[in-house]
Design a protein around this ligand. Structure first.
Ligand SMILES: Nc1ncnc2c1ncn2[C@@H]1O[C@H](COP(=O)(O)OP(=O)(O)OP(=O)(O)O)[C@@H](O)[C@H]1O
Length: 213
């Protein structure tokens, strides 16, 4: 089996006393994965755990040797996450956030400028996020997910709220970045368009565990 892009070992996540995830072992080779599960099954929790954004028990390895425990900074640089319902401090502009991400995550500013124009973010990037519609917020969060040099990008419900033009751009980006070696895990209650992306496998979250098909 090729080197996994992400490997989970004995990962457990509780909210207060309630156990939400209990994953003994999961290894994913590079690819594009559709993460499925019923409402409340734990998909968003799983993504936040994978991205190192919330505390959990156990360990996650990226690219076989970057550990969530031993190399937390390097770990977070290799993984990007776009929230289902992004929320940013209202007084910031899209440009403030973009500059912060480019400063902390790095990556090619020209490439991000090009994506911004394709998604139409450049039109409103100088306005405070408090003035954005839900679709504009979503486009900004998707743009931020392509900053840096990630090995894995987690997209939580990326298909909802964006217009059809932005959706076509997003599918192009997923294909383009995947061809460059970037893996994706995507949650969606709607099927991903099989003509736009070839899914490597489906991941099912159920009974606190994740299975790969
Ligand atoms: N901050 C929190 N504190 C306590 N419980 C939480 C918190 N966030 C999520 N939960 C609980 O964890 C479980 C999993 O929630 P999660 O948001 O991960 O599900 P999901 O699969 O993404 O659902 P959906 O498809 O509805 O978005 C749910 O029972 C939810 O109530």
């Amino acid at each position: 089996m090729p080197e996994p892009v992400i490997a989970l070992r004995e990962v457990k996540k509780n909210y207060q006393d309630v156990n939400i995830l209990d994953i003994a072992r999961l290894e994913l080779p590079a690819g594009i994965y559709w993460l499925q599960g019923e409402n409340g099954a734990g998909k968003t929790t799983c993504m936040k755990v994978m991205a190192g954004l919330i505390p959990f028990k156990g360990e996650i390895l990226l690219q076989d040797n970057v550990s969530s425990r031993q190399h937390p900074v390097q770990f977070r640089r290799l993984i990007n996450y776009a929230e289902a319902e992004p929320f940013y401090p209202s007084f910031l502009t899209g440009r403030d956030l973009l500059e912060l991400y480019l400063r902390t995550k790095g990556g090619d500013p020209e490439q991000i400028r090009a994506i911004s124009e394709k998604l139409g973010v450049h039109v409103f990037v100088n306005n405070p996020v408090s003035s954005y519609s839900s679709g504009m917020l979503k486009k900004l969060s998707l743009l931020l997910a392509f900053t840096g040099n990630p090995a894995l990008i987690l997209l939580d419900e990326p298909l909802i709220t964006i217009d059809t033009r932005a959706l076509a751009v997003l599918y192009d980006l997923i294909r383009e970045y995947n061809a460059k070696g970037v893996s994706f895990i995507i949650t969606s209650h709607q099927p991903l368009d099989a003509e736009e992306v070839t899914i490597t496998g489906t991941l099912k979250v159920a009974h606190k565990n994740i299975t790969l098909n």
